[in-house]
Design a protein around this ligand. Structure first.
Ligand code: UDP
Ligand code: MG
Length: 327
């Protein structure tokens, strides 16, 4: 029996590119005849013709699997749904907009066969992205590297291939605030990078604006390090010591020179400054508490509306009806 390779493809309002992606990925599949390959499209609650397009692809092509989520859950949840359902011996993740060139797949597979559990795509250049996005991304990776214990490789997206045991390990991480790049890194296992040029989007437009990216960065930081809380402790201690010294000095001054009511500016500046610092760190506390709140509800990460397994994947099990069909 040939090994199965599953390619998970999250798609949210991508009617313009899906067919193009399918054609290009299909050609790559043809170049890997020694494997069975399937494409798992995860329709993340699209409101355009994405569903019709993937359905018609599945009808024509036995290598296409379709998972439809009940609404838009976000890319991280969509990827998780795909990874949970994928049964491949190796599972890859590709964006549908062709920014991760499908041509990477054979390289991934070769590295995987050579013994690596994780093969991830590392971009050497980002084309078609503004300097601001590049600069903020670079700053974010630098910061993450400094403050978190798990080494998250820089300039790496979600595009990667993972062996079955990595997918299984990843499947055990059910946290709601999913910073996938961090989760991938947390799992560990022998990993290797494949360098590539990141293409601009083939068609359609990006689903991530700066506000979303900022929140994404916050997610990354808060789910992988409590450094900001520690900073609060140190900044707080610093000011407490400062206040003590200053207090002692004021008492001494009053004892020596008597009590002259001066220093209003010092007072107001100190009060405002400390008030600001306190609010800032209460905000940080809030970020963490909010996340604790999110996790304690323990809701499922996504809800599946429809599941249509790839026929090629089923043939492996003598055409057994998939247990999740129609869920
Ligand atoms: N995506 C998704 N759900 C969302 C947003 C995006 O499944 O809520 C998918 C999208 O269809 C694409 C991938 O995630 O396949 C990356 O999105 P996009 O290209 O918009 O992000 P960028 O490359 O600009 O970071
Ligand atoms: Mg993109």
């Amino acid at each position: 029996m040939k090994k199965l390779i599953s390619v998970v493809v999250p798609a949210f309002n991508e009617e313009d590119v899906i067919e193009l992606f399918h054609r290009r990925m299909g050609e790559i599949f043809d170049r890997l005849p020694q494997y069975r390959c399937e494409m798992i499209f995860v329709n993340d609650g699209s409101s355009d013709r994405t569903q019709q397009i993937v359905d018609s692809l599945a009808e024509r092509d036995e290598r296409v699997c379709v998972i439809t989520l009940s609404r838009n859950f976000g890319k991280e949840a969509a990827m998780t749904a795909g990874l949970d359902m994928a049964e491949g011996d190796a599972v890859a993740i590709f964006d549908v907009d062709l920014q991760d060139p499908p041509e990477l797949l054979p390289e991934f597979v070769a590295k995987w066969e050579a013994g690596y559990d994780v093969v991830y795509a590392k971009r050497t250049h980002r084309q078609g992205e503004s300097w601001l996005k590049k600069a903020t991304a670079a700053a974010f990776y630098r910061l993450m590297k400094k403050i978190s214990k798990v080494a998250i490789p820089a300039d790496t997206g979600d595009c990667r291939l993972m062996s079955r045991r990595v997918v299984q390990a990843l499947g055990q991480l059910r946290e709601h605030h999913r910073f996938m790049k961090g989760l991938f890194a947390w799992v560990g296992y022998p990993s290797v990078a494949v360098e590539y040029l990141r293409d601009p989007r083939a068609a359609g437009s990006t689903k991530f604006n700066y506000w979303k990216l900022w929140n994404f960065a916050l997610e990354g930081i808060t789910s992988f390090t409590i450094a900001p809380l520690k900073i609060a402790t140190y900044v707080g201690s610093f000011f407490a010591v400062g206040a003590f010294v200053m207090g002692a000095w004021i008492i001494l001054k009053t004892l020596i020179w008597g009590d002259v009511a001066r220093g209003y500016p010092t007072l107001i500046v100190t009060v405002l400054f400390l008030g600001g610092i306190q609010l800032f760190f209460i905000g940080i506390l809030g970020e963490y508490i909010g996340r604790i709140f999110g996790e304690t509800k323990n809701r499922p990460l996504y809800v599946i509306d429809r599941y249509l397994p790839a026929r090629i994947g089923l043939s492996a099990k003598d055409n057994l009806i998939h247990p999740l069909q129609g869920m």
